[in-house]
Design a protein around this ligand. Sequence first.
Ligand code: ADP
Ligand code: MG
Length: 629
Amino acid sequence: MTQTEQHQFQAETNKLLNIIIHSIYTNKEIFLRELVSNSSDALDKVRFEINRGVEVIEPDQDLEISLHVDSENKKLIIRDTGIGMSREDVVNNLGTIAKSGTEEFLKKVSEEKENPDNIIGQFGVGFYSVFMVADKVQIKTQSAYPGTAPVFWSSDGMGSFDIGEPEEQISRGTQIEVFINQENEEYLDAEKIKSIIKRHSNFISFPIYVEEEKVNTISALWKESKFNISTEQYNEFYKFLTYSSEDPFETIHISVDAPVQFNSILFIPEHGTGMFDPYNMEYGLDLYVNRILIQRKNQELIPQHLGFLEGVVDTEDLPLNLSRQAIQENALIRKINSTISKQVFGRLEKIAQNEPERYNKFWNEHGKILKLGYMDFENRDKFCELLRYNSSCFDDADGLTSLSEYVQRMKEGQKEIYFVSGQSRENIVSNPHLELFKDKGLEVLYLFEPVDEFVLQAIGSYQEYPLKSVEHVDPNDLEQFESSQEKKEELSEDEEKDLDKLLEKMKEILGDQVTEVRASKRLNQSPACLVSPDSGMSSQMQRIMQVVNKDNSVPKQIMEVNPNHPLSKNLLKVYNKNPEDEFIKTATTQLFESALLLAGYLSDPHSLVNRNFSLLENASKWYTQSREM
Ligand code: ADP
Ligand code: MG
């Protein structure tokens, strides 16, 4: 060896190494999956360069991966004829962690205090996993780019690595010598290595040799006729592709010739990752041109709202040397995208029709992402059939209904579909705006996520029925529907007049805080609520928009008072005795602030709470007095 230099690993890398080395992960064999997948990536890269006419050294080398066991020196050697690495590449790629997957892994391990063993298998933790089984790793690599010097790298994974030049010439690609440690000598058994490769790397698209014997099948499964592929083969391919240990929820194999030729195998995973923000998640399909991998996780092949899909697309209609930019702008890719969308929506609709329970499972896992498809006009009709909501027809938050089921349950004469938003079912059922609907037995959809209202607003109506927030329904329009309660005694003309005066007084007390105080037709339990003048958005939606815009102002609303509530009747009595009685002021302010609190607008609850304490004090005084305690 010529002279070497010592470098320290980046802090993050050390952290990762520590987790990996000290984990008691039982499935250590995945280190092979990681090394083989890196070799495969390196081969893809060199093939890509050759195809676009970039000069590389030894262009006629076979593209392959080979493994040898050196039992005497307790070494496992993995070699590929791929793109190789320059000195700079080695320092950057094997000394630091730049990729998001690993960061995500570290974050998850540190944030959730989750045992890394449970997640190592699902994540490609990459090259460093080799230190689960090795006490030393040496790499010799020769970059494919002409004029680049070969590099030697060595490390025991304990904080630093050495880098230098290898003594002998080596041919293009990378050779990794894994010095297997004492506890893991089973990885020096060639038969064991073969079986691991078959298990985890069977679908690698380059030949893999173990002791000169080819062990993988290298067939492009997606190019075969679906009638020749068994469920087991699809499932095996899915597990290879995603590192998942469970079978997919659904498999979709597409082969089309027009308007564009492509083959694709798509999978819907059983579970959503739950880890990624749907707006920022990494999604996409692997793009092949005639069996040659062009790009992993290409995002142009599917719309974001189908981002839960995993799979591959292979087309013969694209040139091999397409740049990323060109892929993005390619009309062909857009056609593939739209064909895939149509097929996936079709499949989902079929599941929803034929296996509604199973569809609900899908919705619970992936609905959050699918919902974002409200701008997909081509598939609008199917999209509407696929939406699911909780509603007042269920006893708990688990029930789900489609819009079409809702319509079937609609009351005679009902011309609109009603919905209400809130963070949870508990939050929604106490919304005073629902009282009238409950009373009249009108079903209301419950929307738990902010995006739901955007979705319903975007689609506007279902069949011929407009979708309407309960807050925007005029109670007079519901008069045709019979109340389930006994008819309340109507106020006499005199009482009406008194009530009007009381309401005027309340408006005077609240001043500019409200636009109007009026008698409510929508309340039959709560004493008061706030109603927003129709702005197209429900108050929940407005509130969310305000939070987004960091707007702290309180919008001016109408306060509605329930004239039949005992509190109103008592207030009338007080008012008739003395319109200036302090109690009217206290009660009005308390009602207003409580309504504000319910609508999410009360920023400082102190005065509300203090008033509440003194009211309680009075109530307790009267209570004890009346009971002669
Ligand atoms: P990932 O494969 O997700 O990028 P890894 O930790 O597995 O992460 O590998 C880190 C990087 O090291 C790779 O991205 C690649 O640049 C480089 N690398 C690893 N193995 C090889 C190899 N056999 N040939 C060329 N480059 C490699
Ligand atoms: Mg890797």
